[in-house]
Design a protein around this ligand. Structure first.
Ligand SMILES: [Zn+2]
Length: 102
């Protein structure tokens, strides 16, 4: 069973992939030993990103992310609190999402 720092974080993760804000984590890599937490947004459902991309003009963004070190709702240090269970933030359906911001 998942352990969350607060209800706000649990709700955020439950909503990932849906339109709006959510928290996501990328697993550690060889050069970066800690998971990287990100606060992400989707202007549309994740499944609708690719069909809409060809129709974008100008500087519109359908998705984006920024680094996140502390829980936006309760202030917990995310790497300390989730060091052993960061995988509950990872979703392979969103693989590459942070790099696909448009
Ligand atoms: Zn929290």
């Amino acid at each position: 069973m998942a352990k969350w720092c607060c209800d706000g974080m649990a709700a955020s993760v439950r909503e990932r992939g849906n339109r709006g804000l959510f928290v996501y984590a990328e697993p550690p890599e060889e050069s970066i030993k800690s998971p990287r937490f990100r606060l992400c947004f989707l202007a549309v459902e994740e499944r609708d990103l690719e069909p809409l991309r060809p129709h974008l003009t100008g500087n519109a963004s359908l998705a984006g992310c920024t680094g996140l070190h502390y829980c936006p709702w309760c202030g917990k240090d995310l790497i300390k609190f989730y060091r052993k269970n960061y995988d509950q933030f990872y979703d392979d359906k969103l693989t590459g999402f942070p790099n696909r911001a448009t």
